[in-house]
Design a protein around this ligand. Structure first.
Ligand code: C5P
Length: 227
């Protein structure tokens, strides 16, 4: 076993991996890496710096130099700071979703984020959520989960999430955007979205979050990662 145990939870957008990862990390008392947030932050940093969209080198430089802090506010809510400015809500916009998926296809950006992501593996353990956590960033992970759900269900979940936040969204547009993002993430030549050969595939279509978390916790217990 590597010195710091790592559990990876990869999958497409809307598969529930963010929520599942957070709950598993909380159960284990481990750190959490939301790697998608890093790609979103690169897109946001580029927009804030007024970079042109094709400027790969400048985006890679930002991925290396941007100052990122993941923390909590006084009410216990999660906050992300980019170069000292709150970016929590800004990185969740559809613009940032689209931008993240574009910059994520650039090798220089992925390379720059690799070391940052590895640095999240600190005792007592890490739950890493993303697309290539089990295949590229933590190939040595003790437990790898690939979480899926049907495209229709993922669009519905995203729609509900936005509605709960008071953001109006059109289901058909969301479905189309999710399909486009899936296509871009799965077909890019570098670190495409695909399960690691040793990943457990968990399909969450029709399952509650509790059921999915229960399944992941059971797999971790079988490996004596937590109680
Ligand atoms: O998970 P999230 O939706 O926040 O990720 C935003 C985008 O970042 C994804 O569409 C994907 O293109 C990219 N990403 C990635 N590799 C990761 C995490 C996210 O390419 N490990």
């Amino acid at each position: 076993m590597s010195p710091v145990p790592v559990v990876t939870i990869d999958g497409p957008s809307g598969s529930g991996k963010g929520t599942v990862s957070r709950l598993v990390a909380r159960h284990a008392g481990w750190h959490l890496l939301d790697s998608g947030a890093l790609y979103r932050l690169v897109a946001l940093a580029g927009a804030r710096a007024g970079l042109g969209f094709g400027d790969r080198d400048a985006h890679a430089a930002l991925a290396r130099s941007m100052d990122v802090t993941f923390g909590t506010d006084s009410g216990g809510g999660e906050r992300v700071l980019l170069d000292g400015r709150d970016a929590t809500d800004a990185i969740r916009s559809e613009d940032c979703s689209r931008g993240a998926s574009r910059v994520a296809a650039w090798p220089g950006v992925r390379e720059a984020l690799f070391a940052r992501q590895r640095a999240f593996a600190r005792p007592p353990g890490l739950v890493a959520d993303g697309r290539d956590m089990g295949t590229v960033v933590f190939p040595e992970a003790e437990l790898k989960i690939f979480l899926t759900a049907s495209a229709a269900e993922r669009a519905l979940r995203r729609h509900k999430q936005l509605k709960d936040k008071g953001v109006s969204a059109n289901l058909a547009t969301l479905s189309r955007e999710i399909a486009e993002r899936d296509e871009r993430d799965s077909t890019r030549p570098i670190a495409p979205l695909e399960p690691a050969s040793d990943a457990h595939i968990v399909d969450s279509t029709g399952s509650s979050i509790d059921q999915v978390v229960g399944r992941v916790l059971m797999l971790g217990r079988e490996r004596r990662l937590w109680r």
